[in-house]
Write a protein that binds this ligand. Structure first.
Ligand code: NAD
Length: 301
């Protein structure tokens, strides 16, 4: 008996690199114009506390991306013998960056060391310099559908959905994950674009049943193999935000090999949402720089 031939992939691969490169080119032009007006490049500061291997890789990538477009990237390394000293060091460093006119945007490297209160650190960031949209003011603006800064990863996932060409108005969208930096902001953005959104999480009773109804599936859970091709509606658009290391290899939350045979478009991991995230962060930095100029003009008028 011969077995049936394996189904061929049907999905278009949504690669992040070409889109990221378009964004970097646009930002580089904006940076040149900014330097002509201000005589110095806009600055992006990364605040690091507690060095781990992944956070150092992330830091290097950001600084390299800044250099590519002419943004002045820098980092502040905060030390402290215990959580209280680290927290105080973080808030002091952030306060200095808030007051520094050469710094247009601030990112705080996550996760914070154990015992350091996230809220205290996040609240310290000037919302006008919060280019990764983690301050409660920016989260609130997004919740109400107003313009503010949105988390770059959620922004990247949304841009990928747009790139897929899917019509979002009236579409059923399922977001797997409800974190404040990816799942929830994305759910609000998709709702604003008139999709019917279901947010799934670790307590969702029947994930497969929820995912099977979706025209658009975004997976941001941090669980390799969580979504398979068998769970998808044929023709669904699949955005895999997950980054996991399995046997020394980077994989997403979706089983790509089975999903690409059912989906109409899918982001690979690595190479999908990830490259776009950094490029969008640079574009947020330029928006922050422009908004700070506008705020200054407003107060000086
Ligand atoms: P998180 O741990 O804060 O949140 C994970 C969410 O997934 C939670 O809401 C949880 O309820 C849900 N979840 C976990 N297991 C689940 C399950 N079995 N079924 C349904 N839901 C489940 O993580 P995060 O910060 O939102 O990140 C999510 C993933 O995205 C991680 O893999 C992270 O590495 C990745 N990430 C990627 C980028 C990027 O640029 N591509 C950026 C940030 C995070």
């Amino acid at each position: 008996m011969t077995s049936a031939p394996a189904a061929a992939p049907t999905a278009r691969r949504l690669e992040g690199a070409p889109f990221a490169s378009e964004i970097r080119d646009r930002v580089a032009g904006e940076v040149r114009a900014y330097v002509r007006d201000h005589r110095h490049p806009p600055g992006l500061a990364v605040v690091v506390c507690g060095r781990s291997a992944p956070s150092m890789v992330y830091l290097e990538r950001i600084l390299k991306a800044c250099a590519q477009v002419g943004i002045e990237g820098s980092f502040v390394d905060v030390e402290g013998e215990d959580a209280a000293a680290q927290e105080a060091g973080l808030t002091e460093a952030i306060a200095r960056l808030n007051d520094d006119p050469q710094i247009a945007g601030i990112i705080v490297q996550m996760p914070l060391p154990e015992g350091v209160r996230l809220k205290t650190v996040v609240d310290a960031i000037d919302p006008l310099k919060d280019i990764d949209g983690i301050h409660p003011l920016n989260a609130g603006l997004l919740r109400l559908g107003y313009e503010g800064f949105i988390p770059a990863t959620a922004h990247a996932a949304l841009e990928m959905i747009h790139r897929s060409g899917v019509e979002l108005v009236g579409a059923d969208a399922v977001v797997v994950g409800r974190s404040p930096v990816v799942g929830m902001p994305l759910a609000f953005m998709l709702t604003k674009e008139d999709a019917t959104v279901t947010v799934c999480h670790s307590k969702t009773r029947d994930l497969a049943a929820e995912v099977r109804r979706a025209d658009v599936v975004v997976v941001a859970a941090g669980e390799p193999g969580l979504v398979t091709g068998a769970m998808l509606k044929p023709g669904a658009v699949v955005i895999d935000v997950g980054i996991n290391v399995v046997d020394g290899k980077i994989v997403g939350d979706v089983v790509f090999e089975s999903a690409e045979k059912v989906a109409s478009a899918i982001t690979p991991v690595p190479g999908g949402v990830g490259p776009l995230t950094n490029a969008l962060l640079l574009s947020h930095l330029m928006r922050a720089a422009q908004r700070q100029d506008q705020a200054k003009e407003h107060f000086e008028a």
